[in-house]
Design a protein around this ligand. Sequence first.
Ligand code: SF4
Length: 247
Amino acid sequence: MTDELDELTRQIGGGAPYDVLRFALERFGDGLRIACSLGVEDMVVIHEAARAGKDLGVKPRVFLLDTGRLHQESYDLADRVRSRYDVVFEMYAPDTAQVEELVRTKGWNSFYESVDARKECCDIRKVQPLRRALSGASAWATGMRREQSVTRSNLGVVERDTTHDASGAPRPLWKLNPLASWTERQTWAFVEEHGVPTHALHRAGFPSIGCAPCTRAVAPGEDVRAGRWWWEDPSNKECGLHPRRSA
Ligand code: SF4
């Protein structure tokens, strides 16, 4: 498996996002899934995947995890993505019975009470729907960047995803982070140059987009993910979608 990881890294590790995504579409076809959090980085990935898909004559598969707690601005942008890009845009929702049980036993805002309670909500509303989104996938692509937080500082362009590997899957699940080495400035320069649609809340001081009750604006100079679960220790701020060993 390490050999395969080395080989993939050699083939696409230093490539531009377009090249990484084009390679992935050719290599994995329908087995490639593109995560869409609606943050600016994911918008760049979708833009480049759509461009590569057009060049190859295929429709990339993009998915959104609708936790039920997103901002209205997120749904507005999701509709713009659907109408602008020639992609298959899929939405995954949490299991209704699990959400009903969570709210019945712990209320609507249990995530503020402890890290465990927050992770329980993320597990129901994000992690389990992600597993369904990745069912049958060979690879998925994200807009994660090393610079975003201490939990992402050792991010590779190509990684093996052992967390979301479907049980009994005949193939490994690869995780591609085509923007891993990009800076925030580079990301926004790309958006400006190519007219990529972006989330309205970025202009209101939200560098990272998540669920409405768990995301807030940050002060200039603060870590870009400081507004996510701002009441928690920064070294532990992932939701289970992107768990990492410490850097
Ligand atoms: S970010 Fe907050 S509301 Fe969204 S799933 Fe996690 S704990 Fe729940």
